[in-house]
Write a protein that binds this ligand. Structure first.
Ligand code: BT5
Length: 314
């Protein structure tokens, strides 16, 4: 969002202002103020012109300026109606030198999961990718994936959905003990760099928000399906970004926050590791940067990457 548009919204949030007052305050022409007000109206911001000047009413439920407005985290929001994959848009921005940008879209035509699996991304969801340039060694990067899962879980719980995390990055509803376990969100982290220096990091989050179960694969759920009503995606995204920002500033807090939200710890699991092994045992803990500890008949296995399945208790 341009600084002027942001300035107009911030000013109107405090009360009505005349076009002239806004123009003076933001050091632009009155015509420029009018143009930005029109652009905001087109996005669905309710801005009335009355005797006191412009007055801000309802804010749209989704969109770039809407998410930016009132966001308490230092990210620029890049919103597009439809993209292939927000991770790919973020990659292009990374190549242009950008940082601390979040790409958000209404619909992805080529949404990806890990290992190039398909990610269903119809309109109504929250499909977003945060582009970061952390000054950290590559080996610590999995922590950002954990932080993303914690941020989504926190926002889901605040919205009234009892979500939890399956290692490493799935946000689920139900813990599978009673039979039900449905995927609400997933995280896809991609990076470029060398062992001691990360060039860029992209944390993609796919959150099934205002979607019907029929629009999603089997064993998936959505915030709408769980709550019986729609969430305000603008406020939901803001909470996710704010929680993620708090966690990245405090890496020591990430593992404890993840443990507190985890469904996997204490469970019997079967993990297909990235190297093609199958490990079966009890998941006992996670350690830095996101390694799962599984107690097996042959001792403790440390698993850095893989797909985890919660086994039903016998
Ligand atoms: C993930 O992969 O869970 C990571 C998903 C990340 C998606 C976001 S959206 C924004 C950004 N841009 C992208 O292109 N991607 C990221 P994985 O753990 O591999 O899970 C993929 C599997 O989940 C698929 O094979 C399906 O079985 C299932 N699946 C596909 N779409 C789903 C959906 N919308 N909800 C729940 N499950 C889904």
């Amino acid at each position: 969002m341009t600084d002027t548009r942001h300035g107009i919204l911030e000013a109107l949030a405090e009360g009505p202002r005349s076009g002239e007052a806004l123009a003076d305050m933001l050091e632009v022409s009155r015509a420029a103020v009018w143009k930005h007000v029109e652009a905001l109206r087109e996005q669905g911001f309710e801005i009335e012109s009355g005797p006191d000047g412009y007055a801000l009413g309802d804010v749209p439920e989704f969109g770039g300026d809407a998410i930016q407005f009132g966001l308490d985290a230092p990210f620029d929001v890049e919103f597009q109606e439809q993209v292939g994959s927000t991770n790919d848009v973020a990659r292009d921005l990374a190549a242009d030198g950008a940082a601390d940008v979040v790409v958000v879209t209404e619909e992805q035509t080529g949404g990806r999961g890990r290992l190039d699996r398909e990610w269903a991304s119809p309109p109504g969801g929250i499909w977003q990718s945060i582009l970061l340039r952390p000054d950290r060694p590559a080996a610590t990067i999995p922590q950002f994936t954990l932080a993303a899962a914690v941020a989504v879980t926190t926002a889901a719980r605040e919205a009234g959905v009892d979500a939890g995390i399956k290692w490493p990055n799935d946000v689920l509803v139900g813990d599978g003990r009673s039979g039900r376990e449905a995927k609400l969100a997933g995280v896809l982290t991609e990076m470029e760099g060398e062992a001691d220096r990360v060039e860029w990091l992209i944390v993609g989050m796919g959150i099934n928000a205002n979607l019907d179960a029929e629009a999603l694969p089997d064993e998936a759920t959505s915030l709408r399906a769980e709550l019986g009503e729609d969430v305000n995606r603008r406020l939901f995204v803001q909470r996710v970004l704010e929680t993620f920002d708090d966690l990245r500033a405090d890496p020591d807090a990430i593992l404890d926050a993840w443990r507190a939200d985890a469904l996997t710890l204490g469970r019997e699991v079967r993990v297909e590791t990235a190297s093609g092994e199958t490990v079966v045992g009890t998941a006992t803990d996670v350690e830095r940067p996101g390694t799962l500890l599984v107690e097996t008949d042959d001792g403790v296995e440390r698993i850095h990457a893989g797909d985890c399945e919660h086994l039903r208790p016998t």
